[in-house]
Write a protein that binds this ligand. Structure first.
Ligand code: GLU
Length: 384
Protein backbone atom coordinates (compact mmCIF):
# COMPACT_ATOMS: atom_id res chain seq x y z
CA UNK A 1 0.00 0.00 0.00
CA UNK A 2 1.47 3.40 -0.93
CA UNK A 3 2.37 5.59 2.06
CA UNK A 4 0.23 8.68 2.72
CA UNK A 5 1.60 11.78 1.00
CA UNK A 6 3.05 14.54 3.14
CA UNK A 7 2.21 18.20 2.73
CA UNK A 8 4.62 19.77 0.21
CA UNK A 9 6.78 22.61 1.60
CA UNK A 10 5.10 25.97 1.27
CA UNK A 11 5.68 29.65 2.05
CA UNK A 12 2.45 31.41 1.19
CA UNK A 13 -0.97 29.84 1.53
CA UNK A 14 -4.53 30.79 0.86
CA UNK A 15 -6.81 29.15 3.44
CA UNK A 16 -10.48 28.96 2.47
CA UNK A 17 -13.11 28.48 5.14
CA UNK A 18 -16.68 27.74 4.08
CA UNK A 19 -20.00 28.78 5.58
CA UNK A 20 -20.60 25.26 6.93
CA UNK A 21 -17.66 25.80 9.31
CA UNK A 22 -18.38 29.39 10.22
CA UNK A 23 -22.12 29.00 10.77
CA UNK A 24 -22.45 25.25 11.38
CA UNK A 25 -25.96 25.31 12.85
CA UNK A 26 -27.29 28.25 10.81
CA UNK A 27 -27.33 30.49 13.88
CA UNK A 28 -24.66 32.97 12.98
CA UNK A 29 -20.91 32.87 13.41
CA UNK A 30 -19.61 30.23 15.75
CA UNK A 31 -16.06 29.57 16.92
CA UNK A 32 -16.65 25.80 17.21
CA UNK A 33 -14.59 24.97 14.15
CA UNK A 34 -12.57 28.12 13.78
CA UNK A 35 -10.16 27.74 16.69
CA UNK A 36 -8.06 24.94 15.12
CA UNK A 37 -8.04 26.83 11.82
CA UNK A 38 -6.89 30.00 13.55
CA UNK A 39 -4.25 27.96 15.41
CA UNK A 40 -2.96 26.60 12.10
CA UNK A 41 -2.75 30.13 10.69
CA UNK A 42 -1.05 31.56 13.80
CA UNK A 43 1.47 28.72 13.97
CA UNK A 44 2.24 29.02 10.24
CA UNK A 45 2.80 32.76 10.59
CA UNK A 46 5.06 32.11 13.58
CA UNK A 47 7.19 29.96 11.27
CA UNK A 48 7.56 32.92 8.92
CA UNK A 49 4.97 31.75 6.40
CA UNK A 50 2.34 34.04 4.92
CA UNK A 51 -1.37 33.32 4.96
CA UNK A 52 -4.39 34.86 3.27
CA UNK A 53 -7.77 33.83 4.55
CA UNK A 54 -10.76 33.51 2.24
CA UNK A 55 -13.83 33.40 4.42
CA UNK A 56 -17.45 32.73 3.55
CA UNK A 57 -20.27 33.33 5.97
CA UNK A 58 -21.40 36.90 5.33
CA UNK A 59 -24.85 35.83 4.17
CA UNK A 60 -25.12 33.25 6.97
CA UNK A 61 -24.13 35.86 9.59
CA UNK A 62 -26.59 38.36 8.10
CA UNK A 63 -29.38 35.78 8.21
CA UNK A 64 -28.75 35.05 11.88
CA UNK A 65 -28.63 38.76 12.72
CA UNK A 66 -32.02 39.19 11.08
CA UNK A 67 -33.38 36.11 12.82
CA UNK A 68 -33.95 34.25 9.59
CA UNK A 69 -32.89 30.65 9.84
CA UNK A 70 -33.53 29.08 6.48
CA UNK A 71 -30.60 29.95 4.26
CA UNK A 72 -31.24 27.50 1.48
CA UNK A 73 -34.48 28.70 -0.01
CA UNK A 74 -36.31 31.82 -0.94
CA UNK A 75 -33.54 34.41 -0.96
CA UNK A 76 -33.91 36.92 -3.77
CA UNK A 77 -30.75 38.53 -5.13
CA UNK A 78 -31.35 41.89 -3.35
CA UNK A 79 -32.05 40.00 -0.12
CA UNK A 80 -28.81 38.03 -0.43
CA UNK A 81 -26.92 41.23 -1.19
CA UNK A 82 -28.44 43.04 1.77
CA UNK A 83 -27.76 40.11 4.10
CA UNK A 84 -24.13 40.02 2.93
CA UNK A 85 -23.84 43.74 3.76
CA UNK A 86 -25.26 43.08 7.23
CA UNK A 87 -23.16 39.98 7.85
CA UNK A 88 -19.76 40.98 6.44
CA UNK A 89 -18.73 43.28 9.34
CA UNK A 90 -19.96 40.64 11.82
CA UNK A 91 -17.83 38.07 10.04
CA UNK A 92 -14.76 40.30 10.21
CA UNK A 93 -15.33 41.05 13.91
CA UNK A 94 -15.67 37.33 14.51
CA UNK A 95 -12.33 36.49 12.91
CA UNK A 96 -10.66 39.51 14.45
CA UNK A 97 -11.30 38.09 17.93
CA UNK A 98 -9.23 35.02 17.10
CA UNK A 99 -6.09 36.79 15.91
CA UNK A 100 -3.60 38.99 17.63
CA UNK A 101 -2.61 40.69 14.39
CA UNK A 102 -4.15 43.33 12.17
CA UNK A 103 -6.79 41.84 9.90
CA UNK A 104 -7.57 43.50 6.58
CA UNK A 105 -10.84 43.10 4.73
CA UNK A 106 -10.58 42.59 0.97
CA UNK A 107 -13.80 42.28 -1.03
CA UNK A 108 -13.45 41.22 -4.65
CA UNK A 109 -15.72 40.72 -7.63
CA UNK A 110 -15.13 38.61 -10.72
CA UNK A 111 -14.37 41.81 -12.60
CA UNK A 112 -11.36 42.42 -10.35
CA UNK A 113 -9.97 39.03 -11.32
CA UNK A 114 -10.84 39.03 -14.98
CA UNK A 115 -9.69 42.50 -16.05
CA UNK A 116 -5.96 42.90 -16.22
CA UNK A 117 -5.78 46.42 -14.71
CA UNK A 118 -8.02 45.53 -11.80
CA UNK A 119 -6.23 42.23 -11.29
CA UNK A 120 -2.88 44.02 -11.00
CA UNK A 121 -4.41 46.52 -8.60
CA UNK A 122 -5.81 43.79 -6.33
CA UNK A 123 -2.53 41.91 -6.55
CA UNK A 124 -0.54 44.97 -5.45
CA UNK A 125 -2.89 45.61 -2.54
CA UNK A 126 -2.59 42.05 -1.27
CA UNK A 127 1.19 42.17 -1.62
CA UNK A 128 1.26 45.41 0.39
CA UNK A 129 -0.99 43.93 3.07
CA UNK A 130 1.31 40.92 3.39
CA UNK A 131 4.39 43.17 3.51
CA UNK A 132 2.77 44.98 6.41
CA UNK A 133 2.36 41.70 8.25
CA UNK A 134 -1.43 41.84 8.24
CA UNK A 135 -3.79 38.95 7.73
CA UNK A 136 -5.87 39.68 4.61
CA UNK A 137 -9.38 38.26 4.91
CA UNK A 138 -11.05 38.00 1.52
CA UNK A 139 -14.66 37.46 0.53
CA UNK A 140 -16.63 38.07 -2.62
CA UNK A 141 -18.20 41.54 -2.67
CA UNK A 142 -21.64 39.96 -2.63
CA UNK A 143 -23.37 43.25 -1.96
CA UNK A 144 -22.53 44.66 -5.37
CA UNK A 145 -21.68 41.61 -7.47
CA UNK A 146 -24.38 41.03 -10.03
CA UNK A 147 -24.86 37.60 -11.49
CA UNK A 148 -22.67 38.21 -14.56
CA UNK A 149 -19.93 39.69 -12.43
CA UNK A 150 -19.90 36.99 -9.82
CA UNK A 151 -17.43 34.23 -9.13
CA UNK A 152 -20.39 32.74 -7.26
CA UNK A 153 -18.63 30.48 -4.79
CA UNK A 154 -15.70 30.94 -2.48
CA UNK A 155 -13.88 27.77 -3.55
CA UNK A 156 -13.25 29.26 -6.98
CA UNK A 157 -12.69 32.69 -5.44
CA UNK A 158 -9.98 31.22 -3.22
CA UNK A 159 -8.32 29.64 -6.25
CA UNK A 160 -8.30 32.98 -8.08
CA UNK A 161 -6.86 34.62 -4.96
CA UNK A 162 -4.12 31.98 -4.72
CA UNK A 163 -3.12 32.80 -8.31
CA UNK A 164 -3.35 36.54 -7.72
CA UNK A 165 -1.30 36.34 -4.52
CA UNK A 166 1.25 33.95 -6.10
CA UNK A 167 0.66 31.50 -3.28
CA UNK A 168 2.23 28.05 -3.36
CA UNK A 169 -0.52 26.34 -1.39
CA UNK A 170 -4.32 26.47 -1.36
CA UNK A 171 -6.04 24.88 1.64
CA UNK A 172 -9.78 24.33 1.30
CA UNK A 173 -11.33 23.64 4.69
CA UNK A 174 -14.64 21.87 4.37
CA UNK A 175 -16.74 19.48 6.43
CA UNK A 176 -15.70 16.33 4.55
CA UNK A 177 -12.48 14.35 4.98
CA UNK A 178 -11.38 14.79 1.39
CA UNK A 179 -12.24 13.71 -2.12
CA UNK A 180 -14.08 10.40 -2.36
CA UNK A 181 -14.54 8.05 -5.29
CA UNK A 182 -18.32 8.50 -4.79
CA UNK A 183 -20.61 10.39 -2.42
CA UNK A 184 -19.84 8.73 0.95
CA UNK A 185 -23.33 9.62 2.26
CA UNK A 186 -24.89 7.51 -0.46
CA UNK A 187 -22.31 4.87 -1.27
CA UNK A 188 -20.71 3.04 1.68
CA UNK A 189 -18.01 1.60 -0.58
CA UNK A 190 -16.77 5.12 -1.46
CA UNK A 191 -13.06 5.52 -0.76
CA UNK A 192 -11.16 8.66 0.10
CA UNK A 193 -8.33 9.53 -2.28
CA UNK A 194 -5.16 10.67 -0.46
CA UNK A 195 -3.85 12.38 -3.57
CA UNK A 196 -4.79 13.33 -7.10
CA UNK A 197 -2.02 13.87 -9.64
CA UNK A 198 -4.14 15.25 -12.42
CA UNK A 199 -7.67 16.60 -12.54
CA UNK A 200 -9.35 14.79 -15.40
CA UNK A 201 -12.92 14.46 -16.64
CA UNK A 202 -13.17 11.25 -14.57
CA UNK A 203 -12.54 13.24 -11.40
CA UNK A 204 -15.34 15.64 -12.36
CA UNK A 205 -17.64 12.71 -13.07
CA UNK A 206 -16.90 11.32 -9.59
CA UNK A 207 -18.13 14.49 -7.89
CA UNK A 208 -21.00 15.37 -10.23
CA UNK A 209 -24.22 16.26 -8.48
CA UNK A 210 -22.87 16.66 -4.94
CA UNK A 211 -24.35 19.79 -3.40
CA UNK A 212 -24.87 21.45 -0.03
CA UNK A 213 -27.51 23.85 1.18
CA UNK A 214 -25.75 26.60 3.17
CA UNK A 215 -22.65 26.97 1.07
CA UNK A 216 -22.74 27.83 -2.59
CA UNK A 217 -20.08 25.27 -3.39
CA UNK A 218 -20.27 21.51 -3.39
CA UNK A 219 -17.53 19.05 -4.14
CA UNK A 220 -17.59 20.13 -7.78
CA UNK A 221 -16.53 23.70 -7.03
CA UNK A 222 -13.71 22.33 -4.88
CA UNK A 223 -12.41 20.31 -7.80
CA UNK A 224 -12.79 23.34 -10.09
CA UNK A 225 -10.81 25.38 -7.57
CA UNK A 226 -8.13 22.70 -7.36
CA UNK A 227 -7.90 22.66 -11.15
CA UNK A 228 -7.43 26.43 -11.32
CA UNK A 229 -4.76 26.42 -8.63
CA UNK A 230 -2.83 23.31 -9.70
CA UNK A 231 -2.82 24.54 -13.33
CA UNK A 232 -0.79 27.50 -12.09
CA UNK A 233 1.58 25.34 -10.04
CA UNK A 234 -0.19 25.67 -6.68
CA UNK A 235 -0.60 22.53 -4.56
CA UNK A 236 -4.15 22.26 -3.27
CA UNK A 237 -5.33 20.50 -0.14
CA UNK A 238 -8.87 19.55 0.80
CA UNK A 239 -9.09 19.08 4.56
CA UNK A 240 -11.85 18.50 7.10
CA UNK A 241 -12.04 21.75 9.04
CA UNK A 242 -14.47 20.26 11.55
CA UNK A 243 -11.67 17.99 12.82
CA UNK A 244 -9.13 19.98 14.79
CA UNK A 245 -6.63 17.12 14.71
CA UNK A 246 -6.61 17.26 10.91
CA UNK A 247 -5.63 20.93 10.99
CA UNK A 248 -2.97 20.19 13.62
CA UNK A 249 -1.61 17.40 11.40
CA UNK A 250 -1.47 19.79 8.47
CA UNK A 251 0.54 22.16 10.68
CA UNK A 252 3.04 19.34 11.27
CA UNK A 253 3.45 18.84 7.52
CA UNK A 254 1.27 15.74 7.36
CA UNK A 255 -1.48 15.32 4.80
CA UNK A 256 -4.75 14.31 6.45
CA UNK A 257 -7.13 15.07 3.54
CA UNK A 258 -6.69 14.96 -0.21
CA UNK A 259 -3.70 16.53 -1.91
CA UNK A 260 -4.19 17.75 -5.48
CA UNK A 261 -0.66 17.98 -6.76
CA UNK A 262 0.40 21.05 -8.68
CA UNK A 263 0.79 20.53 -12.42
CA UNK A 264 4.27 19.41 -13.36
CA UNK A 265 4.24 21.97 -16.16
CA UNK A 266 2.01 24.83 -15.00
CA UNK A 267 0.34 27.18 -17.46
CA UNK A 268 1.86 30.58 -18.11
CA UNK A 269 0.04 33.54 -16.53
CA UNK A 270 -1.47 34.44 -19.92
CA UNK A 271 -2.73 30.97 -20.74
CA UNK A 272 -4.04 30.50 -17.22
CA UNK A 273 -5.97 33.74 -17.49
CA UNK A 274 -7.30 32.73 -20.91
CA UNK A 275 -8.47 29.33 -19.71
CA UNK A 276 -9.81 30.25 -16.30
CA UNK A 277 -10.78 33.93 -16.26
CA UNK A 278 -11.43 35.24 -19.76
CA UNK A 279 -15.18 35.09 -20.55
CA UNK A 280 -16.15 33.42 -23.82
CA UNK A 281 -18.76 34.63 -26.27
CA UNK A 282 -19.31 31.44 -28.29
CA UNK A 283 -18.22 27.96 -29.08
CA UNK A 284 -16.44 26.19 -31.90
CA UNK A 285 -17.12 22.46 -32.19
CA UNK A 286 -14.40 20.42 -33.86
CA UNK A 287 -14.08 16.79 -34.94
CA UNK A 288 -12.07 14.14 -33.12
CA UNK A 289 -9.24 14.26 -35.67
CA UNK A 290 -8.77 18.00 -35.20
CA UNK A 291 -8.92 17.57 -31.41
CA UNK A 292 -6.16 15.00 -31.61
CA UNK A 293 -4.03 17.33 -33.75
CA UNK A 294 -4.41 20.06 -31.11
CA UNK A 295 -3.91 17.83 -28.10
CA UNK A 296 -1.17 15.50 -29.29
CA UNK A 297 0.70 17.54 -31.87
CA UNK A 298 0.37 21.13 -30.63
CA UNK A 299 -1.25 22.13 -33.93
CA UNK A 300 -3.28 25.26 -34.66
CA UNK A 301 -6.99 24.82 -35.34
CA UNK A 302 -7.75 24.83 -39.08
CA UNK A 303 -11.17 25.43 -40.66
CA UNK A 304 -11.22 21.86 -42.01
CA UNK A 305 -11.64 20.50 -38.45
CA UNK A 306 -14.60 22.74 -37.55
CA UNK A 307 -18.00 21.01 -37.60
CA UNK A 308 -20.24 23.57 -35.85
CA UNK A 309 -20.14 27.23 -34.82
CA UNK A 310 -22.21 28.60 -31.95
CA UNK A 311 -22.18 32.39 -31.84
CA UNK A 312 -22.48 35.16 -32.42
CA UNK A 313 -18.87 36.11 -31.84
CA UNK A 314 -16.45 38.41 -33.60
CA UNK A 315 -12.87 38.15 -34.76
CA UNK A 316 -10.53 38.31 -31.75
CA UNK A 317 -13.13 37.02 -29.29
CA UNK A 318 -12.44 34.21 -26.85
CA UNK A 319 -14.43 31.07 -27.59
CA UNK A 320 -14.77 27.63 -26.11
CA UNK A 321 -13.39 24.77 -28.12
CA UNK A 322 -15.43 21.58 -27.84
CA UNK A 323 -15.09 18.22 -29.51
CA UNK A 324 -17.73 15.89 -30.85
CA UNK A 325 -17.42 12.32 -32.06
CA UNK A 326 -19.96 12.95 -34.83
CA UNK A 327 -22.02 15.92 -35.99
CA UNK A 328 -24.97 16.52 -33.62
CA UNK A 329 -23.55 14.12 -31.00
CA UNK A 330 -22.86 15.48 -27.48
CA UNK A 331 -19.82 17.71 -27.19
CA UNK A 332 -17.25 18.14 -24.46
CA UNK A 333 -15.22 21.25 -23.83
CA UNK A 334 -11.49 20.74 -24.34
CA UNK A 335 -10.22 24.29 -24.08
CA UNK A 336 -10.43 27.89 -25.12
CA UNK A 337 -8.96 30.03 -27.85
CA UNK A 338 -8.94 33.44 -29.49
CA UNK A 339 -10.56 33.15 -32.89
CA UNK A 340 -9.27 34.77 -36.07
CA UNK A 341 -12.72 34.60 -37.66
CA UNK A 342 -16.12 35.83 -36.49
CA UNK A 343 -18.94 33.31 -36.31
CA UNK A 344 -20.53 34.29 -39.64
CA UNK A 345 -17.34 34.00 -41.64
CA UNK A 346 -16.40 30.81 -39.83
CA UNK A 347 -19.69 29.15 -40.72
CA UNK A 348 -18.91 29.77 -44.38
CA UNK A 349 -15.43 28.22 -44.20
CA UNK A 350 -16.04 25.42 -41.70
CA UNK A 351 -15.01 22.00 -43.01
CA UNK A 352 -13.01 23.57 -45.85
CA UNK A 353 -9.30 23.56 -46.57
CA UNK A 354 -7.34 26.69 -45.63
CA UNK A 355 -6.37 27.42 -49.25
CA UNK A 356 -10.08 27.80 -50.11
CA UNK A 357 -10.68 30.60 -47.55
CA UNK A 358 -9.79 33.43 -49.87
CA UNK A 359 -12.09 32.19 -52.64
CA UNK A 360 -15.00 31.84 -50.23
CA UNK A 361 -14.60 35.04 -48.19
CA UNK A 362 -12.71 37.28 -50.60
CA UNK A 363 -9.86 37.60 -48.13
CA UNK A 364 -7.93 35.32 -45.80
CA UNK A 365 -6.47 37.08 -42.76
CA UNK A 366 -5.14 33.74 -41.46
CA UNK A 367 -5.00 30.16 -42.67
CA UNK A 368 -5.92 28.93 -39.19
CA UNK A 369 -9.00 29.63 -37.08
CA UNK A 370 -7.14 29.65 -33.77
CA UNK A 371 -3.35 29.85 -33.65
CA UNK A 372 -1.74 27.43 -31.20
CA UNK A 373 -0.28 30.35 -29.22
CA UNK A 374 -3.82 31.61 -28.69
CA UNK A 375 -5.12 28.22 -27.69
CA UNK A 376 -5.16 26.63 -24.27
CA UNK A 377 -6.30 23.08 -23.64
CA UNK A 378 -7.64 21.62 -20.43
CA UNK A 379 -5.86 18.67 -18.85
CA UNK A 380 -3.43 18.35 -21.76
CA UNK A 381 -1.71 21.60 -22.65
CA UNK A 382 1.35 22.05 -20.50
CA UNK A 383 3.72 23.76 -22.87
CA UNK A 384 3.26 27.11 -21.11
N1 GLU B 1 -19.63 34.89 -0.28
C1 GLU B 1 -20.66 34.11 0.36
C2 GLU B 1 -20.84 34.56 1.81
O1 GLU B 1 -19.98 35.17 2.37
C3 GLU B 1 -20.32 32.62 0.40
C4 GLU B 1 -20.09 31.94 -0.88
C5 GLU B 1 -19.68 30.49 -0.64
O2 GLU B 1 -19.87 29.96 0.45
O3 GLU B 1 -19.15 29.85 -1.55
O4 GLU B 1 -21.86 34.28 2.38
Amino acid sequence: MPSAPSLPDWNRAVVKVGSALIAPDNSGCSTTHLLPIARFIIESRRQGKEVILVSSGAVAAGLAEQNRDDPSTGLSIPERQALAAIGQPLLMAHWRRLFDVTCAQVLLTYDDLQRRSRFVNAKNTIAELLDRGTLPIVNENDTVATEELQVGDNDNLAAYVSVLAEADLLVICSDVDGLYTADPHQDPSAKQLPEVDKITEEIYEMVGGSHRAVATGGMQTKVEAAEKATDRGIDTVLVNGTKGRHLDALGRGEMPGTLFRRAERPLSARKHWMLHALPTTGRIVIDAGAAQALQDHGASLLPSGVVAVEGPFGQGDAVEIAVTEETDAPTSRIGKGITQYGSEALRRIQGRQSHAIEDILGNAPADHVVHRDDLVLQHADRDG
